[in-house]
Design a protein around this ligand. Structure first.
Ligand code: ATP
Ligand code: MG
Length: 760
């Protein structure tokens, strides 16, 4: 091998090279962000192929997203200087398990053409079971059961394996419903996402011969982002690696951000125990970010307890400090970021022009995206949403697809249920229940149940005629499909005859025109397929791919979706308590949730190569209601020496800087005052009533709760703090309105919920 030129080894440092060249036996690469873990993992695949150690189909490589798999494949090809044929076992846990499960479906009672349900279908199914079990769905929502079942599946618990300690779950009915749900899935020849791994683990455990076969085939295993594997994934990997032990996992405990989904960072710690003699490689040089960015990220994550701990250093030039800026509200924040992106693109700010492709906005919650999308549409700034609600996940698209599914297969009960009363056909929940009863009684599917019900005259009024028309429509469309009618025309006909297009035409909401556009897009998409069935299969498969596009665009995505990626310029908006960290994490009793949020902050900052801008808004509209915000506690943890505070021109000149500029002239004071606020008895009292800082409640209920609270919380003479006006004393109270004499801003009348009590 020494004789052979190997450029892919030349640009690795010694530690990376060691991890790449140690082909046999277990290897764990445990290192911080941007240290080249993914790069080394890719080089290892190249090395396996270049040295002839393995053929492409003998390598099992698990990436975190399909996109990452595609990129890795491209890079491997480029490094080998030839396109790699195949690499069938490179992908996400899910995509690899689908492939395996198709081959062995019958072992778990499924056919190989099983369907994969999405969350919507899953919830609808669970809802039926909950209702059938006479459980009050309002108190015990199907969504909660879905979460519970997911949690169990992530731990690789089949219904029989759910431990007794969980017996009280979901009003003592959890396990029983889980069992029924699995039965229903079998009848429907369907799986949910959690099943993909669960079924494969079950199969491997029950059929050693099959497991052995895979162990022989897949001789080298590589796993990226190992810190985010859950128990089921971990078991699956361990089973596959048991024989040859050629497994290389890379990860970073500080970037474990899927604990809420059952990921166990403990898997990393367990690695050396499971695979004795494992070579552990640590990388410390960061190649991605400038020293200021790295220091800021390290400063934040240092506040977490129980870390494995690691040093990171970089040889890169000092560069810019991390920038911090406060805005009046979310719109203002979006406007400023839009302008900033355009300025960077033009090449001002002392930077060479930065392509839009090299700039990203990373948000904590997907609802933050809308402000940016709106703003960017207005100013014509091209953007792409990565991992957001994708085209095929939109409501109108899913409705239309349900109609197409019925045309292909009238027995598709989930599709039937989705659209039988969309548009409204005068068929309420009760009518749908009668259809279900009739179907169950006859051991038939819903459409036949509906026929039966109509024949018996079991449905009255306007609904009967409309149901008849719906059933006749499905029959007609199905017949047309069987007769090989042109599927594009058929699709248009279906949407028209069903009244679905008309429904949106008559809809006066601002979204309706966009939805009609989407339906047109959908018809357009059909052109690339021979028939509806082919199209439906395609959609089921592409759910994780975004559209390829040539034009340069800013990326908008959640912090979770940004894992493993890097951008020269990164914006991190919405650093406010209640948003980031999330209210949920803040409400938790332990620190677990808060620490996971902090790791998310670390992931966010370490995505940036050259410029990182953190921002927050003093006011934010949540569900149509204004709410005043406090800057994120993570902002306090940013090391001051590596941060530059920006002041948007004209916004904070007038003396209420403290709230918006924690590092402004009175930084120390601001820190102290934040602590004061949190420690004051009034604040604690308000915290006790969780409803005083609600994030996602409908308008009415929140108003009531807050107003009551506000009235009782203050008396004249109380010192208070306001986001914009700073400190002041209450000089008058009138219902929920306060007159406050602010130290700097004079006397103002304002609504009580916009101030918090302050200690003297
Ligand atoms: P993360 O934890 O965020 O997933 P990572 O450890 O996987 O990060 P990579 O994405 O592999 O890091 O690498 C980060 C950047 O550093 C990439 O641009 C990569 O090309 C570069 N890089 C990695 N190793 C080296 C090296 N030895 N020499 C030069 N550049 C390197
Ligand atoms: Mg990586």
């Amino acid at each position: 091998m020494a004789a052979r030129p190997a450029p892919y080894l030349d640009d690795l440092n010694p530690a990376q090279r060691q991890a790449v060249e140690a082909l046999d036996g277990p290897v764990l690469m445990l290192a911080g962000a941007g240290t080249g873990k993914t790069k080394a993992l890719t080089a290892r695949i190249v090395h396996l192929l270049a040295t002839g150690r393995a053929r492409p189909n003998e390598i099992l490589a698990v990436t975190f997203t399909n996109k990452a798999a595609r990129e890795m494949k491209l890079r491997v090809g480029r490094n080998l200087g030839e396109a790699v044929e195949g690499m069938p076992w490179m992908g996400t846990f899910h995509s690899i398990c689908v492939k395996m499960l198709r081959r062995h479906a019958e072992l778990v009672g499924l056919k190989s053409n099983f369907t994969i349900l999405d969350t919507d279908d899953q919830i609808r199914l669970l809802k039926q079971l909950v209702l059938a079990a006479n459980i009050d769905e309002k108190r015990w929502p199907a969504r909660m059961l879905a979460g519970l079942i997911d949690h169990w599946k992530n731990r690789a618990w089949t219904p029989a394996k759910v431990p007794a300690a969980e017996a009280s779950a979901f009003n003592n009915r959890g396990t029983e419903l889980y069992e029924q749900y699995q039965e229903r899935l079998k009848t429907l020849n369907a799986v949910d996402f959690g099943d993909l791994l669960l079924h494969m683990v079950t199969i491997f455990q029950a059929h050693p011969d099959i497991l052995e076969q895979y162990q022989r085939w897949l001789r080298y295993i590589l796993v990226d982002e190992y810190q985010d594997t859950n128990v089921a994934q971990y078991l699956w990997l361990r089973l596959l690696a048991q024989g040859h032990r050629n497994i290389c996992c890379v990860g970073d405990d500080d970037q474990s951000i899927y604990g809420w989904r059952g990921a166990e960072v403990g898997n990393i710690l367990r690695f050396e125990k499971d695979f004795p003699g494992a070579r552990v490689v640590r990388l410390e040089q960061n190649y991605r970010s400038t020293p200021h960015i790295l220091a800021a990220a390290s400063g934040v994550i240092a506040a977490n307890a129980g870390r494995l701990g690691k040093t990171l250093w970089t040889e890169r030039e000092t560069g810019e400090k991390v920038r911090l800026i406060g805005h009046w509200d979310g719109e203002e924040e979006a406007r400023w970021i839009g302008e900033e992106i355009e300025a960077l693109q033009r090449g001002t700010r002392g930077f060479d022009p930065v392509s839009l492709d090299d700039q990203a906005i990373l948000v904590r919650a997907s609802h933050q995206m809308r402000a940016f999308e709106d703003r960017f549409l207005t100013i014509g700034l091209p953007y792409r949403v990565i991992g957001g609600p994708r085209f095929y996940e939109r409501q109108e698209i899913r409705d239309a697809m349900a109609y197409f599914r019925l045309a292909v297969s009238p027995a598709d009960d989930l599709a039937f249920e989705r659209v039988v009363n969309t548009p409204k056909r005068g068929l309420g929940d009760k009518a749908v229940q009668s259809i279900q009863l009739a179907a169950r009684g006859a051991g038939a599917n819903l459409i036949d149940g509906a026929r039966e019900l109509l024949a018996q005259g079991g449905i009255g009024g306007k609904g009967a005629g409309q149901l008849r028309a719906f059933v006749d429509g499905v029959d007609r469309w199905h017949a047309a499909t069987l007769a090989g009618a042109n599927h594009i025309e058929l699709a248009e006909t279906i949407l028209e005859e069903s009244g679905y297009t008309e429904m949106w035409q008559n809809d006066k909401t601002p979204e309706a025109p966009g939805r009609l556009e989407n339906l047109k897009e959908l018809i357009k998409a059909l052109e690339q397929f021979e028939n509806l069935q082919g199209f439906l299969e395609h959609v089921a498969l592409i759910m994780d791919n975004e559209s390829e596009d040539v034009a340069e665009k800013v990326s908008i995505m959640t912090l979770h979706a940004a894992k493993g990626l890097e951008f020269p310029v990164v914006f991190l908006p919405g650093w406010e308590d209640g948003l980031f960290p999330s209210q949920r994490a803040m409400d938790e009793t332990g620190l677990k949730g808060l620490e996971e949020e902090r790791r998310l902050a670390y992931v966010g900052i370490t995505r940036a190569e050259r410029l990182c801008t953190i921002s927050f808004a003093a006011n934010r509209r949540v569900y149509g209601q204004w709410q005043s915000q406090l800057p994120s506690r993570f902002i306090d943890e940013l090391p001051e020496d590596h941060v530059e505070v920006l002041t948007p021109p004209g916004l904070y000149g007038g003396g209420y800087g403290a709230a918006a500029q924690p590092f402004g002239g009175s930084r120390i004071e601001e820190r102290a005052t934040r602590a004061d606020v949190y420690n004051s008895p009034g604040w604690k009292r308000m915290q006790d009533n969780a409803a005083t800082r609600p994030v996602a409640q409908p308008r009415e209920s929140r108003n009531q709760v807050i107003d009551l609270q506000a009235v009782s919380a203050f008396t004249e003479g109380d010192r208070v703090f306001h986001q914009k006006f700073g400190y002041g004393t209450i000089v008058g109270i009138e219902g929920d309105k306060l007159d406050v004499a602010f130290d700097k801003a004079g006397v103002k009348k304002l609504v009580a919920r916009f101030v918090v009590p302050a200690d003297r």
